[in-house]
Design a protein around this ligand. Structure first.
Ligand SMILES: NC(=O)c1ccc[n+]([C@@H]2O[C@H](COP(=O)([O-])OP(=O)(O)OC[C@H]3O[C@@H](n4cnc5c(N)ncnc54)[C@H](OP(=O)(O)O)[C@@H]3O)[C@@H](O)[C@H]2O)c1
Length: 231
């Protein structure tokens, strides 16, 4: 997809990676609408980037469809959705609280899937969907069973959707390793285990922007080799 002049909705723009992606896409000439849950931080970012904003929360399904409608109205259509929302929780599977499980599934799987389906009804042919899963979708990790499962669900949805939409819409899964964004400190429950040094955020953002423009399918971190492959 040609990023310059494209019409992009960034969901999770109030987050670290979402905010960075919104900035990078804007710098490449995209017209961007920012969607986030925290209305105050969203308004601040909208002023800073001179972008329209829309508040949404996966716990309110109408706000999810409303965010897509609003972006289409503001932009006169939609070429690309970026999904940079998510939440994590830590702890043993046998200690998992059902409410935390519901929150993880909503933030990482059912909410993003709902948002993507709404956007796919509007995205023009030749457009793209980008969603951030996580390395644990492919390499499930002890102490993060429910988080791993929720990300694996989103990864499976993206893979199946890509098969349906071949040659119509590019579906890019971004599956990073740990990064120093403070994400683990905002966990819904539990304490993060000690983690290896985080991946470089600037490198990832650059790879995502390039992958969108090249119509790539995945950006994947390999925890064994510590290498990132782009396909
Ligand atoms: N950082 C890492 O180490 C890492 C590694 C692998 C994958 N990832 C994935 O990368 C994505 C972004 O991570 P990040 O580091 O940028 O984290 P972040 O700064 O905490 O951003 C998370 C974003 O998700 C939004 N969000 C959470 N729950 C939501 C809900 N129920 N409804 C709507 N929005 C919701 C937050 O909105 P508000 O802030 O407005 O509440 C925020 O915009 C996540 O999917 C994460 O799983 C991160």
């Amino acid at each position: 997809m040609d990023i310059e002049g494209s019409r992009v909705l960034v969901a999770g723009a109030t987050g670290v990676l979402g905010g960075r992606l919104a900035r990078a896409l804007k710098a490449e000439g995209a017209e961007v609408v920012l969607a986030g849950r925290d209305s105050a931080r969203l308004a601040e970012l909208g002023d800073e980037l001179d972008c329209q904003t829309v508040v949404f929360d996966y716990s309110d399904p109408d706000s999810v469809s409303g965010a897509v409608d609003r972006a289409c109205d503001e932009l006169g259509g939609l070429d690309c959705l970026v999904v940079a929302t998510g939440a994590v929780a830590f702890g043993e599977a046998r200690q998992l609280d059902p409410e935390i499980l519901t929150g993880l599934i909503e933030a990482n799987a059912s909410g993003p899937i709902h948002l993507i389906t709404e956007a796919l009804r509007k995205i023009e042919p030749g457009g793209s969907v980008v969603a951030i899963t996580a390395v644990v979708a492919e390499f499930p990790t002890a102490g993060m069973a429910a988080y791993s499962a929720s990300k694996a669900a989103l990864a499976a949805f993206l893979a199946a959707t890509r098969r349906e939409l071949r040659r119509e819409v590019d579906i890019l899964e971004v599956s990073p390793g740990h990064m120093e964004t403070g994400f683990a400190d905002r966990a819904l429950a539990g304490e993060p285990p000690s983690m290896p040094e985080g991946e470089d955020v600037d490198t990832l953002i650059g790879q995502v922007v390039e992958a969108i423009s090249e119509g790539r399918r995945e950006i994947r971190y390999d925890p064994k080799s510590r290498e990132i492959t782009v396909k």
